[in-house]
Design a protein around this ligand. Structure first.
Ligand code: NAD
Length: 324
C-alpha cells in the first residue's frame, strides 16, 4: 500500500486521503507552561530587587481593544509583572501620545512599553511604534526590532510569530521530531506584525520558506506542497482541508468573529482533520500563545536592561544570527 506521505498533491483529493489522527495543538496548555516559566523568572528578578513593569497605553474606546488590554493586565497580575494602563481620549493629538511614550522610555521602572493598536486614524501608527525605545518594544513592532530579525542582532520578536515558534518547538517534541531545517514551509499573509516576521523566523530556523499574500496566484498550488503551513490572513476558512499535504503541520493565526460571536480561523478546521498531522484550533491555538509571549518579552526586556546590574545573567537571545 502506498504510504500517505508518498502521495503527490496531483494524486489527491479530499476523498482519496487516508484518514489519520490529527493532533489538535492545545495553545492554552502551551501558554500556561510559558506563563509558569515567566513567573519563575519574575520571582528570580524580584528576589534581586527588580520587579518587571509593563505599561499599556490605550487611545480611544474601541471595545475589542478594551477587552485585549484587560486580558493583558490580568496576565501580568498572574505572573507578578507590575502593569499600568494609561487611557487617552480618541481625539488625543499625536504629539501628546508621542510625549507620553518619551516619558515611558525614560522611566527606569518600565521595562515594556505597549501602545494598543489600532490607533485612531489621525495618529500615524508607524511613528508611534517606532517611538518606543527598541529595548522596551515588547510588541516587537518597531523598525529596529524588525531589522534585528534580518541582521541577526539580538532583539525582541513580535509576540504572535514568537508564539508560533514556541508552539512549533512543542510540536517537534510531541511528534517525536518535526525539525524545521530544510522543511517546505508556506506562510500566507505578509503583514509587518505577523506574516513577514514569521517568514523570517522560519528562515532563521533553516526552513525553505514561501510567502503568499492576497495577490499570489494559485494559492492552492503553494498549500499543497507545504509540510508546514502558517496562515495569517483574516480571510475566514480560506484554506480547505482538501488542499493540505497529508501529514502537514498547520498553524492557523487568523481570527474572524462570526455573527453569533463565535470565532473562526483562516483554515476550515473540520475538513483538515484526518489530513493534517497537527493543527492549531481557533480559538485556543495561537491567541493564548500571543498573550503569553508578551509576558515573556517583558521579562526578557527587563532581564536584559536591568538584570545585569543585579548580577543576573541577561535572558538568552530570542533568535539566532541568520547564516547566509
Ligand atoms: P493584515 O490585514 O495586516 O494582513 C493580512 C495579510 O493576509 C496580508 O498580507 C494580505 O495580503 C493577506 N491576505 C488577505 N487575504 C488573503 C487571501 N484571500 N489570500 C491570500 N492572502 C491574503 O492582518 P494581520 O495583522 O497580519 O493579521 C492576520 C490575521 O491574524 C487576522 O485575522 C488577525 O485577527 C489575526 N491575528 C491573530 C493573532 C493571534 O494572536 N491569534 C495575532 C495577530 C493577528
Amino acid at each position: 500500500m502506498q504510504s500517505r506521505d508518498a502521495l503527490q498533491p496531483s494524486q489527491r483529493d479530499a476523498k482519496s486521503i487516508v484518514a489519520r489522527d490529527t493532533w489538535v495543538i492545545d495553545g492554552r496548555a502551551i501558554a500556561r507552561a510559558v506563563r509558569r516559566e515567566v513567573a519563575a523568572d519574575v520571582a528570580r528578578l524580584v528576589a534581586a530587587g527588580i520587579t518587571p513593569g509593563l505599561s499599556v497605553t490605550l487611545v480611544g474606546d474601541d471595545p475589542a481593544s478594551q477587552i485585549y488590554v484587560r486580558g493583558k493586565i490580568r496576565d501580568c497580575e498572574e505572573v507578578g509583572i507590575r502593569s499600568t494602563v494609561t487611557r487617552m481620549p480618541a481625539d488625543t493629538p499625536a504629539r501628546v501620545l508621542l510625549d507620553h511614550i518619551d516619558a515611558l522610555n525614560r522611566d527606569d521602572g518600565v521595562d515594556g512599553v505597549l501602545v494598543q493598536l489600532p490607533l485612531p486614524a489621525h495618529i500615524p501608527t508607524l511613528d508611534v511604534v517606532s517611538r518606543v525605545r527598541s529595548d522596551k518594544d515588547v510588541d516587537g513592532f518597531g523598525a529596529p526590532n524588525l531589522g534585528c530579525l534580518v541582521s541577526g542582532e539580538p532583539g525582541l520578536v513580535a509576540c504572535t510569530p514568537g508564539g508560533v515558534m514556541r508552539m512549533l518547538a512543542e510540536v517537534d517534541r510531541a511528534m517525536g521530531g518535526f525539525p524545521l531545517a530544510g522543511r517546505d514551509a508556506v506562510v500566507i499573509g505578509r503583514s509587518r506584525i505577523v506574516g513577514t516576521p514569521m517568514a523570517l523566523l522560519l528562515l532563521d530556523a533553516d526552513a525553505s520558506v514561501t510567502v503568499c499574500h492576497h495577490l499570489s496566484r494559485d494559492l492552492r498550488h503553494h498549500v499543497e506542497r507545504a509540510e508546514l503551513l502558517v496562515v495569517a490572513t483574516g480571510a475566514r476558512h480560506l484554506i480547505h482541508g482538501s488542499w493540505l499535504k497529508s501529514g502537514a503541520v498547520v498553524i492557523d493565526v487568523g481570527i474572524t468573529r462570526n455573527a453569533d460571536g463565535s470565532l473562526s480561523g483562516d483554515v476550515d478546521f473540520a475538513s483538515a482533520l484526518g489530513i493534517a498531522a497537527a493543527i492549531s484550533p481557533v480559538p485556543g491555538g495561537v491567541g493564548p500563545m500571543t498573550r503569553a509571549m508578551l509576558l515573556r518579552n517583558t521579562v526578557d526586556a527587563c532581564a536584559r536592561r536591568r538584570g545585569e546590574a543585579a548580577g543576573l545573567r541577561s535572558a538568552p537571545l530570542t533568535f539566532r544570527a541568520t547564516r547566509p
